[in-house]
Design a protein around this ligand. Structure first.
Ligand SMILES: [Zn+2]
Length: 433
């Protein structure tokens, strides 16, 4: 057990010592971002207030916490790879206050377990028995195909697999200055770019390393270059951390990027057509993200667009959507095949372009699409909606949908059915106020 993880105070979202008016301001700010984030922040503010006043949460406050937990449990960890949006704080609040009084909510805790960090997964293993919630721990362990301890060990192994590859990306020996070896600023900033914070993201990256080591190395080297770093320095810093404790390297230290180092750049680095296609065909979410991020900033030849269009039908559902989004963003006039996943990706790019030019209301047709996935992707693209535009957009959503398409298995499901055969939940389409 990592002692530092236990001793480190909860940090971040809504867990600082806020007074009531600061809590209210935070809730208002979160509400402006998304209904989901508002639910999480409200729940955390309530639990923080109760904690400060030394009282238990009321039934009404537990309802808010439970709603936020269930809301997050519906989230698709692979779609939002590596994004940590209050899940750690929420799961800690839920385990402390909610699960003991409402044991049936333990299943929702297990459902968001891929969106938490390894630190919190370790915390669950240590904290539940300490709080005397052995029944809860047992309930969480019994959920899913493997028990939490096995999963914890697997996640630590996943982390080692990915970080070890990074230590060997460039084996040219470099003498690190003492400050470079101690602070590891560049390595920490680069790890931040890779989006490897959550247990789910670590699982996907380790799968990439195991199944496609050469492809992964090539994409990582290019990503380091695009960030403006030298791969010999990054690998040397990671090796130096590893040599401090080869048996149990504390890779989590790299999750706290320093404010000393300047933010990584976004230099245009040429990505080879074949490398991009290999990543897309392979379909690992992490590799696809890295490859498309490189292609988005690079000077890519226009024949690549035509080549990707012919490739679209052969790609997996999630990759097809992401590739269509890339194509529609890069070449808005390119004609794309008629396919729901392609339509959803293009809708996301189109919505983002409309938002950029303050033409949100022109997205109303996309929001009335017969398929809920297209509507959901449109909402994701439509950022910073001005309040006067909300009624038109909400009106568009009232048109009954016919179906939704699963991003995971590609199955088309009737609109009234909540889950597809692979167990994925129906897209949630909400426009925030
Ligand atoms: Zn499915």
């Amino acid at each position: 057990m990592d002692e530092a993880a236990l001793e480190r105070p909860d940090s971040g979202l809504a867990s600082e010592n806020l007074d009531t008016s600061q809590s209210e301001q935070l809730c208002a700010a979160a509400a402006a971002m998304s209904p989901r984030l508002r639910a999480v922040v409200t729940a955390l503010c309530l639990q923080q207030q109760a904690h400060r006043n030394g009282r238990k949460l009321t039934d009404g406050e537990l309802d808010v916490l439970q709603a936020a937990l269930e809301d997050l449990a519906d989230d698709d960890a692979e779609e939002d790879l590596g994004r940590v949006h209050g899940s750690d704080e929420l799961i800690r609040a839920a385990v402390t206050h909610l699960v003991p009084r409402r044991p049936e909510t333990a299943s929702s805790v297990a459902d968001i377990a891929t969106s938490i960090t390894l630190d919190t997964l370790e915390w669950l293993e240590a904290e539940l028995p300490r709080l005397g919630h052995t029944v809860t721990l047992k309930a969480i362990r019994q959920l899913g195909s493997s028990n939490a301890l096995t999963w914890l060990a697997e996640s630590a192994l996943d982390m080692t697999v990915t970080f070890h590859l990074l230590t060997t990306l460039d084996e040219e020996p470099v003498m690190l200055a003492p400050a470079q070896a101690w602070h590891l600023d560049e390595a920490a900033a680069f790890i931040g770019v890779l989006g490897l914070r959550t247990v789910g993201a670590l699982r996907i990256s380790a799968a990439a390393v195991r199944q496609q080591p050469d492809l992964t190395r090539s994409l990582l080297r290019l990503t380091i270059k695009a960030c403006g770093y030298d791969s010999t320095l990054i690998s040397a810093q990671l090796r130096s951390l590893s040599q401090e404790n080869p048996e149990r390297t504390n890779w989590s230290l790299l999750y706290h990027p320093s404010t000393r180092a300047p933010a990584p750049g976004h230099a245009a680095v040429l990505i080879d057509d074949d490398l991009l296609l290999r990543a897309l065909r392979q379909g690992n979410t992490w590799l696809v993200t890295l490859a498309l991020a490189l292609a988005a900033t690079a000077q890519v030849p226009s024949h690549l667009g035509t080549r990707l269009v012919t490739e679209l039908p052969t790609l997996g559902p999630r990759t097809r959507l992401r590739t269509a989004q890339f194509l529609a963003c890069r070449w808005p006039d390119l004609s794309l095949p008629d396919d729901v996943l392609v339509r959803a990706g293009a809708a996301r790019a189109r919505a983002a372009a409309l938002a950029d030019s303050l033409r949100h209301r022109d997205a109303h047709l996309l929001l009335s699409d017969p398929d809920l996935l297209v509507r959901e992707q449109t909402v994701r693209g439509l950022t910073d909606i001005p309040t006067p535009e909300l009624p038109v957009l909400k009106e568009a959503l009232t048109v009954p949908a016919q179906q939704w398409t699963c991003l995971n298995c590609g199955t088309v499901v009737p609109a009234e059915v909540k889950e597809c055969e692979c167990g994925h939940t129906r897209p949630r389409v909400e426009i925030s106020e």
